[in-house]
Design a binder for this molecule. Structure first.
Ligand SMILES: CCCCCCCCCCCCCC(=O)SCCNC(=O)CCNC(=O)[C@H](O)C(C)(C)COP(=O)(O)OP(=O)(O)OC[C@H]1O[C@@H](n2cnc3c(N)ncnc32)[C@H](O)[C@@H]1OP(=O)(O)O
Length: 188
């Protein structure tokens, strides 16, 4: 297993990685792109965040969901509890943030597939209100792959087994160069 696989790949560490002692330290983007350049399918267990500041799973994003995701036999799984930062109607999670949880969870399937891909379309069915302060089990799996298209499915389930939401999405496989577009960002 290469260090790009499973728990061996640690994007959290990329901010401090120096390419070579004779050169300037790599930028965060350069280091991230390099860490993602040759994905290989991950084994079971805890998966690394997409980046430390990812809004879905980064532990350093104070506005993020901080999803913690495991690879399973079928796909991926996370248990998540929404809080006040994700509130829509009082006491109920905002639908956009529930969609964000699904979108990010789908992004973890890429570790299973060993491909880089991005969301092209995402559909969510809101079956019941998703309550703040309640644990939900989110699971996702790849349904089919057609050329560059990955069709993926997910659901969120209460502890009593009732489904509160389902989602399906199409991800399009991209080359690592796709992420170079982030270089145009003007934020400090
Ligand atoms: C392993 C490591 C994991 C690391 C994870 C990485 C980070 C992930 C972070 C995760 C964070 C969470 C996730 C995020 O937040 S991802 C961020 C949100 N998503 C984006 O920013 C994507 C923006 N869109 C694009 O950049 C382009 O549109 C892309 C690259 C997607 C395609 O533009 P491109 O010009 O390249 O291709 P194309 O337009 O010719 O189309 C390509 C193919 O797709 C087919 N098609 C099109 N639409 C649909 C549709 N609706 N249903 C079914 N099929 C559809 C189309 O017919 C064609 O098929 P074919 O003719 O080839 O057969």
């Amino acid at each position: 297993m290469s260090d790009a696989q499973g728990q061996g790949r640690q994007p959290e560490a990329v901010k401090t990685v120096d390419d070579d002692t004779d050169r300037q330290p790599m930028s965060t983007l350069d280091a991230w792109v390099r860490s993602m350049a040759h994905p290989e399918p991950a084994s079971l267990g805890r998966l690394p965040a997409h980046s430390p500041t990812c809004a879905g799973c980064g532990s350093e994003n104070p506005a993020g969901l901080a999803l913690v995701v495991d690879a399973t036999e079928d796909g991926v799984r996370a248990v998540h509890r929404f809080d006040r930062r994700q509130e829509g109607a009082p006491g109920i999670a905002h639908g956009g943030l529930v969609a964000a949880a699904f979108d990010d969870l789908f992004g973890f399937l890429l570790y299973r597939v060993g491909e880089l891909a991005v969301t092209r379309s995402l559909t969510v069915e809101y079956l019941r209100p998703v309550l703040l302060g309640t644990d939900y089990e989110f699971t996702a799996k790849v349904r089919t792959r057609e050329g560059r298209r990955l069709h993926v499915d997910a659901s969120a389930v209460e502890t009593d087994g009732r489904r509160v939401a389902t989602a399906d999405a199409t991800f399009i496989i991209v080359d690592v160069d796709h992420f170079e577009q982030g270089r145009a960002t003007t934020l400090p």
